[in-house]
Design a protein around this ligand. Sequence first.
Ligand SMILES: *Cc1c(COP(=O)(O)O)cnc(C)c1O
Length: 403
Amino acid sequence: MAQEKRVVYADNAATTPVSPSVFRAMEPFYTTHYGNPSSLYSLGRQAKLPLEDARRTVAACLNAEPGEIYFTSGGSEADNWAIKGAAHLLAKKGKKHIVTTKFEHHAVLHTCAALEKEGFEVTYLDVHSNGVVRPEEVEKALREDTALVSVMFANNEIGTLQPVGEIGAICRSRGVWFHTDAVQAAGTVPIDVKAQHIDLLSLSAHKFHGPKGVGALYCRQGVAIPNLIDGGAQERGRRAGTENVAGIVGLAAALQEACASMEERARRLTKMRDRLIAGALQIERSRLNGDPEKRLPGNVSLCFEGIEGESLLLLLDLKGVCGSSGSACTSGSLDPSHVLLSIGLPHEVAHGSLRLSLSGQNTEEDVDYILQVLPPVVAQLRAMSPLWEEIQNGGVSYEIREF
Ligand SMILES: *Cc1c(COP(=O)(O)O)cnc(C)c1O
């Protein structure tokens, strides 16, 4: 009997499906409650109140105040606003230095590069080989003219969790603002902006079963970054434009749902993750990227020597498994992932990367299926790989930088 073809979606770090209850919460704002929240008649007010409810919900999930939450079009916009805003404001006080890391998301790295072109100086910190930034390195990098530190809460590729609270405490004591890109962390691990001394934080709904195209920036009271969009009085005048009401309602519903089920889901996912890692590491010459414990509950990041991540993804796709690869060949560049290079992997090894990211919608059967199809697919590619042949003949030596 022919085997039933399964589809296993294991690319939840790229995006997640909208949960059915979130979809239901959003729907009325496209159909019956379609009023403009700025209008004074009741149809408008029907949209205004849920907007403020959503702000309270998001604030509560982060231990922030509702007045500290600004809705944006997503994580990239929040990152840009936070970093450029802080840089431009503090440049007026002569502070033109920014500290970040080499393994941030491009929304942060390319924003910093744009600021360098404007004359800002940026320090890009190395990441320890386990994928965790050392707080003392952040402290050492601080200068009199440092305006901002930006270190992500959890890495999107290798899933490693960063010592955000310690970095926040260092920044607060030195009078430097601290931004964290929490797009991968929000709804998945606990966040407390007060306890963790966070001044600016970015999140995005589509990474926790909310809709695409909506996110939020937490901006601590007193952190007076410039307006992002001038126009109407929306978002207290700091980001004008008629609100994406359905999207914002969806973001809040998804975050609330994710936070309410966080602990139980983390327990379940951690078990699945560790089983997937242990099974995949049975494949010879494979390795896990990033710390085995200080990582997101659903993140599995692997490298298989002797193969290309892209080919692996294509063959896995034929088997119905959706994953992702760190290497960026598909985007027209032959450079392997900056994240994998930042943790000391040589190019050849980084090229053979595979990221599988699980969400609460994945099951133990999904893990079984991945573990069933992955080893033969890797073997099939290696059988055609000249590099693999060379590796087996002992003709290749790599230096994996440990630091
Ligand atoms: C997805 C992601 C972003 C970008 O968020 P968008 O809402 O897609 O703009 C930024 N940072 C990290 C860490 C991400 O994973």
